[in-house]
Design a protein around this ligand. Structure first.
Ligand SMILES: [Zn+2]
Length: 227
């Protein structure tokens, strides 16, 4: 389950964007680029926030349903923070419960995605933004969090449809941010330093999951991109 950001200092407090804003980047932008280039490149300008459209999702096929704004922090990833981890969670409850608590401003935590037993994916927070799910500021800033319907003690929670769908989701995240598909970069909440959370638990089949993510990642790279 997601948990609040916590009080621990992240050690990455000063963002690259903040440093660049001090460097007169705006003048550089207008002087160097022609109007056409600016249209294409404006979002790369330090301090310029990317365009967002309500309801837009990062993962193909995901259904947008917004988390409460109290459960995440607006950011401009991967420009202000490098994304190099995917963190796997288990709800300890159903899909509807996860959506309800992530929409609750008092919960102070949410993941970017929630995967249902039948493979349906909800996106609740944009990957641009920092979701409060790891209980550690630095890990929140560097990661995308995926919640899975079910219980850590119940192996039957983790269906074939859920594994396949979650693996496609993770493969897409790895492709977008050039994250290696391995257990150093795709981790459980339990592996976040200092956490007392145990999810996804002993029944989560990591070998199977990594195999599926690798296969999905290869399909994304293949000509024609059928995945
Ligand atoms: Zn968790």
């Amino acid at each position: 389950m997601g948990e609040p950001e916590g009080q621990k200092p992240g050690g990455r407090g000063v963002s690259r964007r903040a440093l660049l804003i001090g460097g007169g980047a705006a003048a550089f932008g207008t002087a160097v680029f022609a109007r056409d280039d600016l249209g294409r490149l404006w979002w790369r300008m330090p301090g310029v926030v990317k365009k967002r459209k309500e309801g837009e999702v990062d993962a193909k096929g995901a259904q947008w349903t917004a988390a409460s704004a109290y459960n995440w922090r607006r950011a401009d990833r991967p420009d202000d923070y490098t994304i190099d981890r995917v963190i796997i969670h288990v709800v300890q409850g159903g899909y509807a419960t996860a959506l309800r608590v992530f929409k609750d401003p008092a919960h102070r935590a949410a993941t970017h995605y929630v995967v249902r037993k039948d493979g349906h994916v909800a996106q609740m927070i944009r990957e641009l933004d920092v979701a409060f799910h790891a209980g550690d500021r630095g890990y929140n800033e560097r990661s995308v969090g995926i919640e899975h319907e079910g219980f850590v003690d119940d192996k039957s929670s983790f269906t074939a449809a859920m594994y396949a769908s979650s693996a496609r989701l993770t493969a897409g995240i790895c492709e977008r941010y050039d994250i290696p598909v391995d257990r150093k970069h795709i981790i459980g909440h339990v592996e976040v330093p200092g956490t007392d959370h145990t999810d996804p638990g002993p029944h989560w089949d990591w070998d199977r999951y990594l195999r599926l993510v690798r296969a999905a990642r290869e399909r994304l790279e293949a000509p024609g991109r059928k995945a």
